[in-house]
Write a protein that binds this ligand. Structure first.
Ligand code: PLP
Length: 460
């Protein structure tokens, strides 16, 4: 960086970050202040300057030996390891949290989706509408039932399924919509439920990233016919592996219970006792020590969710002003988002053409971990491979499995742009900090923006 560039970057940086008050300048915890006398602080870290942040971000998952281990260790010592009282207790508490009559634990979120779809009679010959901007498990679950996933393009402002584009994808074969509350932000359930009602479609919510998110104070996972959650290690409630189905429909939940337990009778699924196993089942039960970990994590979920919401809202309001950075938008009636990921869009034209991968490198060098997120889900080999499988060729005609026709019908140009050029994420545990820590993210964005030209030049 030459003298003039350095001067401009410094002036711009001070102006934008407001780091001109003595209190901030003298704060020993601020890396920036310690280097205020040198050009080091204004020089991007990727070019050898001092990073905005050298302090680590909170690790995930959280485990506190003093408060968390007793329940788990007591269970281990009891020898009662297969499904029993702790699993039941977790299910009762989870149903209460979500506001549904019932909850059933299953091995993971993927199987929560598969089981609730299957036991709602979704299968061969059916089409299921899903958002294209989601994790692979949503599409994989539809294919596991023998149905065909139909992709709906994304609303780039909210990152959610675009409700205006759903009806165009409905045919006589459509049986269900699986809205995903992706990144932990609620989908537009009012519009989706209206469409589902009009076309008599089942709604299975994929709430695997949206623990305790709310629309008008009602929790997601309680709007549709069933809700599906994941407790995989990265999720907002982390057990390692685990999933849950939530619903108010007793008949559906009895079928799901039976299926997850070899197909044995349960609830209204009594059958003729002497006749034995009722339906072709599976084995998807939890262990007791898994439930013990879940019960421990559940205790802090509400406080963590509130904290994420608070910090995300603050960070959003700060970064709005940076040219080329457009944070997520929530739908108006959202009263809480889970912010599994803090999302914003990047416009490289406002960053002197600095590519998104290079922007990510520059931010990481400043001590701010950002990710580019999903690749387009409608353009991966698993779809053609499913269509070429023995089962699919038995269930569908060659015409129905014409991958070129399918691909054309499932084009999602807005999503292509979002995935390939624009989307950026910050992981949720980063939000489990204080307001001051959010300023580090804002300051790093400002610094990279102010120095975009120099970064671009030096990288290539
Ligand atoms: C994690 C996730 C799943 C699957 O959950 P697993 O427990 O990993 O099987 C499904 N859908 C979405 C949107 C997810 O993020």
């Amino acid at each position: 960086m030459d003298q003039e560039q350095a001067f401009n970057a410094r002036r711009h940086f001070i102006k934008l970050t407001g780091l001109t008050t003595a209190g901030i300048l003298l704060s020993p915890s601020n890396t920036f202040s310690m280097n205020i006398g040198s050009d080091d602080a204004f020089k991007p870290a990727i070019l050898g300057g001092a990073p905005i942040r050298s302090k680590p971000w909170p690790e995930w998952p959280i485990w506190n030996v003093e408060t968390d281990e007793k329940l788990v260790v007591d269970n281990l010592r009891s020898g009662v390891w297969s499904r029993a009282a702790l699993v039941k207790e977790f299910e009762e508490k989870w149903a209460k949290e979500i506001g549904t009559k019932r909850s059933l634990s299953v091995v993971n979120g993927t199987n929560a989706l598969i089981v609730s779809l299957m036991q709602s009679n979704i299968g061969a010959g059916d089409e299921v509408i899903i958002p294209v901007y989601t994790f692979i498990a949503t599409a994989a679950a539809v294919l596991a039932t023998g149905a065909i996933p139909i992709f709906v393009d994304v609303d780039p402002e909210t990152f959610q399924i675009d409700p205006k584009k759903i009806e165009a994808k409905i045919t006589s074969k459509t049986k269900a919509i699986v809205p995903v509350h992706i990144l932990g932000m609620p989908a537009d359930m009012a519009s989706i439920m209206k469409i589902a009602k009009k076309h008599q479609l089942l709604v299975i919510e994929d709430a695997c990233q949206a623990h305790l998110a709310e629309i008008n104070h009602q929790r997601v996972g309680s709007f549709g016919d069933a809700g599906c959650f994941s407790f995989q290690n990265s999720k907002n409630l982390a057990i390692g592996e685990g999933g849950a189905i939530t619903s108010n429909n007793d008949a559906l939940m009895d079928r799901c219970y039976s299926y997850h337990n070899y197909g044995n009778p349960y609830g209204a699924m009594v059958g003729n006792v002497s006749a034995g196993t009722l339906i072709p089942g599976n084995k998807l039960r939890w262990t007791e020590y898994q439930a013990a970990i879940g019960l421990v994590q559940l205790k802090r979920l509400q406080a963590q969710t509130d904290k994420r919401h608070e910090n995300a809202t603050y960070l959003r309001s700060k970064i709005m002003s940076i040219p080329g950075i457009t944070p997520y938008r929530l739908y108006e009636n959202v009263t809480k988002a889970a912010f599994h990921l803090f999302a914003f869009r990047y416009n490289k034209n406002e960053f002197k053409g600095l590519s998104r991968p290079d922007f990510v490198k520059a931010m990481k060098a400043e001590g701010i971990p950002v990710m580019e997120g999903y690749a387009p889900l409608n353009k991966m080999p698993y779809l053609a491979n499913a269509f070429q499988s023995k089962n699919y060729r038995k269930m569908y005609t060659a015409k129905e499995l014409d991958i070129n026709v399918y691909n054309k019908r499932n084009e999602c140009p807005v999503n292509d742009k979002l995935c390939n050029e624009e989307a950026l994420w910050i992981f949720h545990s980063t939000l489990l900090t204080e307001k001051e820590d959010m300023n580090d993210i804002y300051n790093a964005l400002e610094k990279v923006h102010a120095n975009a030209e120099a970064i671009k030049k030096s990288i290539k």
